[in-house]
Write a protein that binds this ligand. Structure first.
Ligand SMILES: Nc1ncnc2c1ncn2[C@@H]1O[C@H](COP(=O)(O)OP(=O)(O)OP(=O)(O)O)[C@@H](O)[C@H]1O
Length: 249
């Protein structure tokens, strides 16, 4: 794993929330090395989505800092973050359902110089054969997993250095979740750093390098994915491992 010198994304004492007097993220220090796949875990309402949305410029940052590749991106507007190499795939409304697969990709490619667009779309089709097989299909008619892959393909079109995904497994069956996660692992192996907010803890830990656990807007615990997967205390306290345990009469 890469060392601290190759940190690509970081936050320092980040405080963020929807209203000025109500911080949801309450002073988070976070560091991701180039090439890592890092999970953000934690109970419902812990502030996981709010944290990544604040990095993406979609939730106001009250104080602290977010940096990407050494540049301060705290106040960079959401639509310009992509020019700095940060792509964000929100949980919902991440594709244009009424447009075709191809038009979804064309729209995402709009930010690129004209002469590069078809080359990048071809590269994406090579990476996602499922999409390549039916470019004129309406995106809204795709399965949940295929939609998620289209959203990821759209985000990758500009070759971001960091891809942040907010619960890409939401609403998908376990089989499709494994397919989506396997594809994310492949993308990560090609050099894209990935930050993944997930509720699907077990499957996500299986593909991750490291995980950070947020509780009430703060980092409660962090460690290697392998270490956290085997840590019963973490499972019990934060991941709900015993939520459904049988209680003796
Ligand atoms: N648009 C919003 N406006 C105001 N408060 C919000 C908004 N979205 C979320 N919140 C609040 O922020 C807190 C953290 O929510 P957030 O969605 O970040 O948590 P989470 O850890 O991602 O939870 P989950 O795992 O359930 O998705 C919650 O108390 C929630 O009610």
């Amino acid at each position: 794993m890469a060392g601290a010198a190759s940190t690509v994304l970081s936050t320092e004492a980040l405080v963020a929330g929807y209203e000025r007097d109500l911080p949801i993220v309450r002073g988070v220090d976070f560091r991701v090395a180039s090439g890592e796949l890092v999970l953000i875990l934690g109970p419902n309402g812990a502030g996981k989505s709010t944290f990544v949305k604040a990095i993406a410029g979609l939730v106001p940052v009250h104080s602290g800092k977010a940096s990407l590749g050494g540049a301060d991106i705290t106040d960079v507007p959401a639509h310009e973050k992509i020019r700095h190499g940060l792509a964000f795939v929100p949980q919902t409304e991440n594709i244009f359902a009424t447009l075709s697969i191809h038009d979804n990709l064309l729209l995402a490619a709009d930010i690129l110089p004209k002469e590069k667009r078809s080359e990048r779309i071809a590269a994406l089709y090579a990476m996602f054969p499922d999409l390549a097989g039916r470019p004129s299909r309406r995106a809204g008619a795709l399965s949940g997993g295929q939609r998620q892959m289209l959203a990821v393909a759209r985000a990758l079109i500009v070759e971001p250095s960091v891809l942040i995904l907010d619960e890409p497994s939401a609403g998908l069956s376990p089989k499709i979740v494994s397919e989506v996660f396997a594809r994310l692992k492949e993308i990560n192996a090609k050099g894209v750093t990935i930050v993944l907010v997930e509720q699907n803890v077990k499957a996500a830990l299986a593909i991750a390098d490291r995980a950070v656990i947020l509780v009430e807007g703060k980092v409660a615990h962090e460690g290697t994915a392998a270490g956290l997967a085997d840590d019963p205390l973490v499972g019990e306290l934060y991941l709900g491992a015993r939520r459904h345990a049988t209680v003796a009469p």
